[in-house]
Design a protein around this ligand. Sequence first.
Ligand SMILES: Cc1cc2nc3c(=O)[nH]c(=O)nc-3n(C[C@H](O)[C@H](O)[C@H](O)COP(=O)(O)OP(=O)(O)OC[C@H]3O[C@@H](n4cnc5c(N)ncnc54)[C@H](O)[C@@H]3O)c2cc1C
Length: 423
Amino acid sequence: MTADTYPVWGWAPDPGDAPKRPDLEALVPLVTEHLGLPAQPPETPRPLAGLPADRVSDRLPAALRPLADATAVRRARHGLGRSYADIVRGLRGEIDHAPDCVLTPRTEAEVVALLDWCSDARVAVVPFGGGTSVVGGVEPAVGDGFTGVVSLDLAELAGVIEVDATSRATRVRAGTPGPRLEDELRPHGLTARFFPQSFERSTVGGWVATRAAGHFATRLTHIDDLVESVRAVTPTGVWESRRLPGSGAGPSPDRMLLGSEGSLGVVTEAWLRVQPRPEHRWSATLAGPTFTAATTAARALLHDGLLPATCRAIDAAESATTGTLATGEAVLVLGLESYGGPVDAEAARALDICRDAGLRVVEAGDRGGSGEAWRSSFVRAPYVREQLILLGLLVETFETAITWDRLDSFVDEVTVSTGSPAG
Ligand SMILES: Cc1cc2nc3c(=O)[nH]c(=O)nc-3n(C[C@H](O)[C@H](O)[C@H](O)COP(=O)(O)OP(=O)(O)OC[C@H]3O[C@@H](n4cnc5c(N)ncnc54)[C@H](O)[C@@H]3O)c2cc1C
């Protein structure tokens, strides 16, 4: 398998992690058997098509020029996010919009200098965190009104700057990816408990700019719930919202930046709420005859006021393919956590509620077993996804939110329109 372009379309940055042809070939019968779908022989990634000439690097002032990289692989990587269509285009070497160059500032002052120069030179700037956008957010498709377009990579502006243990908050640089944030909080006994599925690659600045949502988080779900203040370099200078634990005074200025997708400025830092690492954990796997049985139990749990860290209904087909449960039943994976004390009472209540809703307990107690199988398949999903795409399958997640009263009919409609196996 050609690994040369793997950093352009793959989940890991290292070409050595590219899927290997023998592994892919071994996957073909499993795909057919488990998913009932035909798999093609593994697609061979194609070399990059020629990119247009770089219009920016040579015009940069001498002091900023060392921050620019116009090598083809870097430009191509920064021309794509990680949607299904992005991965396929990357695999085929078809980069519709590549930035002229990638700029990697090392300090906030360099961000200011770069934005000033780009503004004067009419060069468009697209901020780039982990590049895991699935909505075209990092693709530099900016039209003809500019003399060039650059990708501003925040990778060098990374790390925890300070920890306020009294207020349980941390000031962190925007380019910090999930694992580094957790690694630097761990010695303080703290955690952000913010785990989007893209945790391994996505960054604090990207989370803020996209209003990302984490998993293992029924209570603090969106990054909004964690943000105390945001600092950004805007076209008119450095802007920082006042750090407050909460405010009822008029519109929230943080909201301007949350979800702005880089359109208002470059986020350089944020203060995030953190919490002690959980000491008490409990998990359970429950099974029911239908997906509706699992979602009914989930609703009953939440309406009872229980806030499980994990509460995920999985239909029978996903249960089987993720190795969670192969009985043809739908599953509810539950997890409770606490840093304050044991969760035994909540666990007992949760099991009662689920039994009343018609589920049977497959296992309950310390972590392990089938719930863990689901969790590990969730974390590995981006790697499996690219393997399946190489075998010709369309693999994508899509998200929605819907009130409980419309859930069942909505699930039915989506199941029919996507041709999915009934849960
Ligand atoms: C396999 C997979 C799983 C995913 N799982 C989840 C999930 O569980 N929850 C979820 O919410 N999303 C998920 N996503 C989507 C994506 O990971 C999130 O949107 C994430 O927040 C993007 O972060 P990033 O650092 O990769 O940002 P990028 O992809 O680099 O950028 C995203 C957008 O934010 C802007 N931006 C980035 N950094 C900054 C900055 N410092 N200042 C200003 N603008 C900036 C970019 O210009 C772009 O518009 C997933 C994506 C994939 C591929």
